[in-house]
Structures are given as C-alpha cells and as structure tokens.
Design a protein around this ligand. Structure first.
Ligand code: NCD
Length: 358
C-alpha cells in the first residue's frame, strides 16, 4: 500500500504525472466527476486548517466520493486519551483513504504504520507538508512554464515552516535550481534540510537580507512566522515583523517574478501587493484542490507501492531517544521509536522527525 508521508515518497516522473492529471482535470472536469464514486475520504485534522482540509474535502466531492472526519481534535476521542495509532486503526475500517494533519513531527508516519488504507500527510508539526509542495510545484509549473533553471527565494520562518522543508526536498531534485534562503539567524532552515541540499549538490546561499535578494529571483516564496511553534511568546514577538513585502519592496524585482505563499498570511505580504499580476498566492490555493484530486486518484488506484516504512538500517532504539520536544515519539508512548542513519555525514536521525540523535 502506498502512502504520502514525505515528498520524496514520489519520484519525479510521478510528480510529472500528477501535474499532468491536474491539467487534464482543468480541461475535462466531467471525465473525473464519478472517478471515486463509493469511495470515502477520512479527513482527520488534529490542528487548524482552512485551505488544506477544505481543498481535500472539495477534491473528494468533485471526484464523486464522500468525506467523513473531524476538524478539531477536541471533538475526537483523542480528547479522551485515545492514541493516534488506535484512532487510525479504527478509522481505517470506515474509509478508503486518510488525509491527516497533526501538531507533532512524525505523526503521519506513525499513523501509516498502523493504517490499513493509504495515509496522506497534510502537515506534521513543523516537519513536512508534502501536499502543499505538490501545490507549489503545480503553481511554479503554471506560472513559470517550467520547473528547472530557476532562482527561488524562500523567505520568513524557515525553521518552523513545514512547507519550505518539503519544498526544498522536492526542488533539490530538479535541474538548475538555485535557492536563496532568507531568514533571521534564529529562523534558519534546519540542519537536515541543508544537508539534503549539500548532498544533492544544489546551489544555495543563506542571508537575512530580502531587499538584496529580490532582483535575482524568479520565484519569491513568502512564509508566515509560525507563532504556535515558538517555545515562548517573547521570542515570537521579537521576530514577528521580520519581513513585510510591500509594493515598494518588489519594485526592483523581475517583471515576471512569481510571488507564492502557502497562506494563511498575517502581515508578511501587504494587501496592496494582491493586485500585482505577479501575486500568485490565490491562484496557488486553487491549484491545491486540483493536485489533491490527482493525488487521491493515484493513491486509490495503486494497490502496491515501493514506500518502505522501516528502512533496512533503522534500528529499534530506547524510548524517548529523540530529544525533539515536538516529536510524536515523545508525545505518544505507543509509537515505537526508530533511529536511522540518514545523511552522507552519517548523522543518526529520528525516523519520524529527522532530528539528530546524540
Ligand atoms: C501552511 C501550513 O499549515 O503549514 N498552510 C497551508 O497548509 N496552506 C502554512 C502556515 O500555516 O503558515
């Protein structure tokens, strides 16, 4: 059975196929309206969401299927202390595919380990968000006409923002990509994502200066400072206004620079920018539904996949070995912790959240 936990679970040609299907859905929506008749999506959102949840649910409705689920963990038995893996085992019996969002890093992988139906990670803590990345890739393809030979600026909260972690993983596999990582020192990209870029030989530089970077960019990907992930409110207050994109600020940008944002925004893009034809973020939200339709179709139509839950070199480890306070293994005692040697530098990392162990 095939899940989508990490964007690297999909090959580049599979991503191409998804983009192709999404374009075909735009051209021939009627051909898809009964494609999932009789199928049920379990939509399990343990954390707030507007776009991701509603686009998944809308996607399943437009494919002729139906939806069950919850939008708030407080209304599920999680509030009575049921473990994530028990809930998933039960819900697997009620639906054909699950889309889930959870506040803890690695939760989607933990769910996939007991699920009897495909699990789609709709965001696990500050770790990954692969379906946002599919949305972003479709948007780059539609706005720029290609996913290659582009300079991409990622700006804002690169530490806690899960969308950018999955996006660099994905884009590092395309030829001729170059990244400018724009963040205050306290919100730099995590080590594992930088290592991945080093391994793939991709060109990147880190800076905290947005104005200096803007003229070089083909795509500017803005992100929200992730208030809910900060250890303290004071730290958030000190960084919350790090970058605010205004009309003045984009004056030196290329005429065809696309501005993306996974949304929701707080104040990092002034509303005056919305009228600029380069502002692609509302078009991006529509692409999210299309690519999720394509993904649901793909996972439901596949019986077998090559996704492996436990890679050969993973070893059972002592409980709570992972020191990431946001990791699912720290929060749910029923999740068996695994460690994994992952990088070229032989760092030993938690299988669920990628945090370095030891
Ligand atoms: C993002 C998320 O939830 O990670 N939103 C989304 O899914 N479109 C970005 C964010 O919350 O800042």
């Amino acid at each position: 059975m095939r899940h989508l936990i990490d964007i690297l679970d999909l090959s580049l040609s599979e991503i191409d196929d998804l983009i192709h299907t999404a374009e075909d859905i735009v051209a021939h929506p009627e051909a898809y309206e009964a494609a999932c008749r009789g199928k049920i999506l379990g939509s399990l959102f343990y954390e707030s969401s507007t776009r991701t949840r509603l686009s998944f649910e809308s996607a399943m409705c437009s494919l002729g299927g139906s939806v069950i689920g919850f939008a708030d963990a407080e209304t599920s038995s999680a509030s009575k202390g049921e473990s994530l893996q028990d809930t998933i085992r039960v819900v697997s019996g009620y639906c054909d595919i699950i889309a889930m969002r959870h506040p803890h890093d690695g939760a989607a992988l933990a769910a996939a380990m007991t699920a009897e139906v495909p699990v789609i990670n709709a965001g696990d803590g500050s770790h990954n968000h692969p379906t946002q990345t599919l949305t972003d890739l479709l948007t780059i393809h539609r706005e720029k006409g290609r996913i290659r030979d582009l300079t991409i600026g990622l700006c804002g909260d690169l530490r806690y923002g899960r969308t950018v972690h999955s996006l660099v993983e994905a884009l590092s596999r395309y030829p001729g990509m170059r990244f400018i990582l724009i963040a205050p020192p306290a919100l730099r990209m995590p080590e594992y994502a930088l290592e991945l870029m080093d391994r793939s030989g991709i060109e990147y530089r880190e800076t905290d200066n947005l104005d200096e970077a803007i003229p070089e960019l083909d795509v500017l990907y803005m992100t929200r400072i992730q208030r809910e992930r900060f250890p303290s409110e004071d730290e958030y207050q000190a960084l919350k206004d790090s970058y605010i994109l205004t009309k003045d600020r984009i004056r030196p940008a290329r005429e065809d620079m696309a501005i993306l944002h996974p949304l929701p925004r707080v104040n990092e893009i002034a509303t005056e920018v919305d009228a600029d034809p380069r502002a692609a973020y509302f078009r991006q939200t529509k692409n999210g539904k299309l690519i999720r339709m394509a993904l649901i179709l793909k996972l439901l139509s596949e019986k077998e996949g090559h996704f492996q839950l436990i890679p050969e070199n993973a070893a059972k480890a002592a409980r709570n070995l992972c020191r990431n306070s946001r990791c699912i293994t720290v929060h749910e005692s029923s999740v068996v912790p695994y460690i994994l040697k992952k990088s070229s530098r032989d760092a030993v990392r938690c299988l669920y959240c990628d945090n370095r162990i030891g």
